[in-house]
Design a protein around this ligand. Structure first.
Ligand SMILES: CC(C)(COP(=O)(O)OP(=O)(O)OC[C@H]1O[C@@H](n2cnc3c(N)ncnc32)[C@H](O)[C@@H]1OP(=O)(O)O)[C@@H](O)C(=O)NCCC(=O)NCCS
Length: 395
């Protein structure tokens, strides 16, 4: 029996504010699963033609799948949202690209006919479950990954500075200042309001508050201030708290459907999945992997970087973003890239970051109706890259 693949569209994308990990973080007294539940409810409220019983799977990227993030969070959260027993769900791990992988698997499900409508997202509470928590690497892990630095993300960024010295500390700091400036501008004019779902939380002092603003941006960042920051990963290194993404808590979710089902329900989708690819590289310089992943995805799409009108690249570290932009033939300040700022400003709650790129791209497509294609791309610990090409349907 011959069957055609279905077109896959994003109908909506929402996120929590991103908090700083740790006791001073807005989500210190909130569990990871309680970050997800408000997003599920918001997706239904914002899309009244869709009801929970239409959600055929609930796919959640989560890196540290222990404690509150264990026990298959994707399955449990729909019951915590009081949606009953009938919504299946799972948890997926590809570290930083866990959420983007969830969207990718969801798209494949829909394309192949396994589902018509599902939710895919990512969540990470790095305050409660720090990077590497309870991990037990294989005795040969260091050997097979090319050295101890493969296990320390900051060191992988220092390695890029060392191997490709044309990307200097000054360039990384300048990139970070610009990132903070763009984020500040976007926040001031309200670009985050559409996508951030307010969550009621207990503040660090125990009083109730509404978390609806990202905690990490530092709008007054200057080259002068960055110049004096310590390099925590390496003595006399180049990577600092100012030119790295931070340690954060947050969640982000997307509602995916087949294009035909969306049309039947008179839903105007935001963007269409065009092509995607994963690629793997030397884990000690993991941040360079968006380059081969993007080249592969573009090839599958039959498109080039010139066709990409909007580019959302996760900035785990300024140096890896600089490397990727350069090798993809873009200037460091190409106006198509991270127009609203990136992870250096907003933070990087690992698996939540891929869906954040998707939410940002959907928002940028909305206000750039002439934009036809866009790219979401990110690097992944252990040396991977994940890139997706999208088509704007808000034209
Ligand atoms: C780099 C890192 C170690 C810094 O952590 P931290 O020390 O808790 O960071 P802080 O926010 O406390 O910042 C450290 C200092 O830099 C300062 N700082 C940070 N950003 C700044 C900015 N933009 N401008 C000025 N100062 C800044 C802080 O004020 C703080 O100063 P203080 O020590 O005098 O209080 C941490 O953010 C990190 O590990 N990032 C990478 C995360 C990662 O690997 N993710 C996965 C990617 S694959």
């Amino acid at each position: 029996m011959r069957r055609d693949l279905k077109e896959v569209v994003v109908v909506d994308a929402v996120r929590t504010a991103f908090g700083k990990a740790g006791e001073k973080g807005i989500f210190w007294k909130t569990r990871a699963d309680d970050l997800v539940v408000p997003l599920l409810k918001a997706l239904m409220e914002r899309n009244p033609t869709i009801t929970p019983n239409m959600i055929e799977d609930n796919l959640w990227g989560v890196t540290n799948q222990v404690k509150e993030q264990g026990g298959t969070i994707g399955r449990v959260v729909s019951m915590l949202a009081d949606w009953g027993y009938e919504i299946p769900g799972c948890s997926i791990d590809r570290m930083c690209a866990g959420g983007l992988s969830a969207i990718g698997f969801g798209a494949s499900y829909i394309a192949s006919g396994m589902a018509e409508c599902l939710i895919a997202g990512g969540v990470e509470h790095m305050g409660h479950l720090p990077m590497g928590f309870m991990r037990d690497p294989h005795p040969r892990a260091v050997e097979v990954m090319g050295g101890l630095s493969a296990l320390n993300m900051g060191m992988t960024a220092e390695n890029i500075h060392t191997r490709f010295p044309e990307f200097t500390r000054e360039m990384a700091d300048r990139y970070a200042v610009e990132c903070q400036r763009k984020a500040d501008e976007a926040i001031r004019v309200g670009k985050m309001k559409d996508m951030i779902i307010p969550v009621e939380v207990q503040s660090p002092d125990g009083t109730l508050m509404i978390a609806d603003k990202d905690q990490q941006p530092r709008p007054n960042t200057t080259m002068e201030a960055l110049k004096d920051l310590k390099t925590p990963f390496k003595e006399n290194g180049n990577v600092t708290a100012g030119n790295a993404s931070g340690l954060n808590d947050g969640a982000c979710a997307a509602l995916l459907m087949s294009e035909t089902r969306a049309a039947e329900l008179n839903i105007k989708p935001l963007m269409r999945w065009v092509a995607a690819a994963v690629a793997a590289v030397d884990p000690t310089i993991m941040g360079i992997a968006p380059v081969p992943a993007t080249q592969k995805a573009l090839k599958k799409a039959g498109l080039s970087m010139d066709d990409m009108d909007i580019i959302e690249m996760n900035e785990a570290f300024a140096v890896q973003a600089l490397y990727c932009l350069d090798r993809l033939g873009l200037k460091w300040d190409d106006p198509r890239v991270n127009k609203w700022g990136g992870a250096i400003a907003y933070g990087h709650p690992l698996a939540a970051s891929g869906p954040r790129l998707v939410a940002f791209l959907a928002g940028l497509f909305k206000e750039n109706s002439k934009a036809k294609y866009g790219l979401t791309t990110m690097c992944v610990g252990r040396g991977q890259g994940y890139s997706v090409v999208w088509e704007n349907l808000q034209t």
